[in-house]
Design a protein around this ligand. Structure first.
Ligand code: SAM
Length: 333
């Protein structure tokens, strides 16, 4: 059972970014312990509705307890946010006023749950958000070829010593626990040199690969376009440069009317902007927040507002939203 509290990051900023209104509909794609979700529900009263998604059944359990006072306005769904379109259509929960993605891991997953996300705690190398997923970190570490492993660690960890690390892993197989892997990586790169532990990037790479995080993020951003009503807000908090780059490039593209290469004098693409950027510069935690919650230090928030010019169809739901109907969909599988 999870018990470590997760402090929601950039909480005030998220509420303002979502431009919360009473009676609004919001999707929290990364529910975690429900910290952001609770604040959204409180700020959107009376009548606000929140659909909370998390791939991790333990997170759903924790959030269900924390949000138990708000069962009339909250629906929790244990699923991957890449299925946001199917979920919202299933519950007739669209168009929405806001979509929040607070990516990565919660403190609960890092510190309290023996799923191998952290090299600081002895655990099996699992790293799946949902235990129903097939591939674990141990599967990758023990079965990939040396070259594939090196490329994965380079691509998803931006690790300059990826080839040395991959070779040492292959030589040390079988590798089954977090502390064993951390020691192998530290040994391969010659111990702790910089600010971060030498295994940080390798662990990040494995977690991203196990959960297909970057592919799911890209797909979900695309799907958000059709789910947001005009004026709806998309808010994304990322925690490393690979995620932030995807969000930045997506928003740069989707906030432009033409995306033809500069060499083409007359637009051929007919691309139409679907977002207006709210912050040109990324939003980061204040000094005060960093003091209170050092884990927020790598957070980067981007905000965009759905606009309706052009030909992109915006779906409008005519169905009357029913809380009871939604509550039947409550899922803890
Ligand atoms: C940083 S935590 C969110 C914390 C939350 N905002 C709060 O205030 O408690 C990220 C959460 O997103 C979940 N998550 C990450 N990727 C996911 C995905 N593709 N689909 C669904 N949930 C995901 C994780 O399981 C984790 O619980």
């Amino acid at each position: 059972m999870l018990s470590v509290a997760h402090k929601p990051v950039l909480l005030k900023e998220v509420l303002s970014a979502l431009s919360i209104q009473p009676g609004g509909r919001y999707v929290d794609c990364t529910l975690g312990g429900g910290g952001h979700a609770m604040a959204i529900i409180q700020a959107s009263a009376p009548g606000g509705q929140l659909l909370g998604i998390d791939a991790d059944p333990e997170a759903i359990r924790a959030a269900a307890i924390n949000l138990s006072r708000y069962t009339d306005s909250v629906l929790l769904v244990n699923d991957n946010f890449v299925n946001i379109d199917t979920i919202c259509h299933h519950y007739d929960f669209y168009p929405v006023h806001g979509i929040l993605l607070d990516l990565g891991l919660s403190s609960m997953q890092l510190f309290d749950d023996p799923r191998g996300f952290s090299f600081q705690y002895e655990a099996a190398l699992d790293m799946r958000f949902n235990p129903k997923q097939e591939v674990t970190a141990a599967d990758i570490v023990n079965n990939y070829s040396e070259i594939d492993l090196a490329q994965l660690i380079r691509k998803y960890g931006e690790e300059p010593h990826s080839f040395r690390i991959a070779r040492r892993i292959v030589q040390s197989r079988p590798v089954n626990t977090t502390t064993q892997l951390a020691a192998i990586v530290a040994d391969a790169v010659g111990g702790r040199k910089g600010r971060i532990h030498p295994a940080t990037r390798t662990f990040q790479a494995l977690r991203i690969a196990v959960n297909e995080e970057l592919e799911h993020l890209e797909e979900t951003l695309d799907k958000a376009v059709d789910l947001l009503g005009i004026g709806g807000r998309l808010v994304v908090i990322s925690y490393h440069s690979l995620e932030d780059r995807i969000v930045k490039q997506f928003l740069a593209k989707e906030s432009r009317d033409c995306i033809c290469p500069p060499s083409i004098p007359v637009c051929q693409c007919k691309h139409v902007a679907s977002f207006r950027l709210i912050n040109k510069k990324v939003i980061v935690p204040s000094e005060e927040e960093l003091d209170e919650n050092p884990r927020s230090r790598s957070a980067r928030m981007r905000i965009a507002e759905r606009i309706g010019s052009g030909s992109t169809p915006v779906k409008v739901s005519n169905a009357k939203f029913s809380f009871n109907e939604l509550r039947r969909g409550y899922s803890l599988n």
